[in-house]
Write a protein that binds this ligand. Sequence first.
Ligand code: AMP
Ligand code: MG
Length: 322
Amino acid sequence: MSEKLMTEIHKLDDKGIAKAAKLLRKGETVSFPTETVYGLGADATSDTAVAKIYEAKGRPSFNPLIVHVPNIKSVEKYAILSLMGQKLADTFWPGALTLVLKLKPNSKISKLVSAGLDTVAIRMPAHGGARDLLRASDLPIAAPSANASGKLSPSEALHVKQSLDGRIPLILDGGACAVGLESTIIDVSGDQPALLRPGGVAAEAIEAMLGCKLLRADTDDTAPKSPGMLSSHYAPVSKIRLNAEDVQNDETLIGFGNVKNANLNLSENGDTTEAAANLFRILHEADKIASGKIAISPIPNAGLGLAINDRLKRAAAPRPNE
Ligand code: AMP
Ligand code: MG
């Protein structure tokens, strides 16, 4: 954890928004209200800014985050809006609906946001203050709920303060959130739309609009096994060996700290926040240059090391067809 911050609560007015936008552009985190819950936002195009979200929340694992945008134009900058996605956006945006879309090739969205996947979850919020902040910062903002890991989602600024005091610089206070429920998440990146999480927009309303049933992993046995769950974990093609103190000839070594013969390094300074920021980018790079085997130096279970090790353990686990 980096040094303790003073957490300011500022009213959600022009001055507060200007302050928040400036912090976001500097790569800091800011909590702001949306119509669902208070989010903890950061520049979705910056690996280090997104790593700060995980650091502040103390999340023990990396789940992909929802990116908030002010308009359709900014969706199209980063992702491919499928025909179904377009229809849903036309009907339900702005609002409590999140769409999982294919990332554009070379999209500037941080790989930490999508946890290394080739899809990204995007939402256009309806909350006036959230929209003002998106416009003022001129950034796509990655934002999970603004609570410490394992705590309830906050629907008031005071809840955020109680949970994250000293860990973030600013909370914009816009009063209580109207919906208080999380957004509905629909995956429209494939051929058939799938409900990944029920939420503020009813699944029936979405089915009526699309004129077809949504795949539901929880109730539908014939549905491909939990599309959301399965696809929400990126796994490299190469075999992964963890806690490697040495490296074999046929391995590509990802180092952590002062490792002389590393091909790539998560953080030469041994900083777990920097390593988290680099994690998915470096895994992708290693997968490209490796001839099938990747070794990774030990990473301490401190700070974001816990979440990094959690993700690496899953990446190293045998695949179902092995
Ligand atoms: P939260 O930010 O706490 O509202 O949670 C975000 C939810 O969106 C999590 O359940 C993620 O698994 C899901 N999510 C985000 N991005 C993706 C994605 N690319 N594919 C599948 N699920 C996603
Ligand atoms: Mg949450």
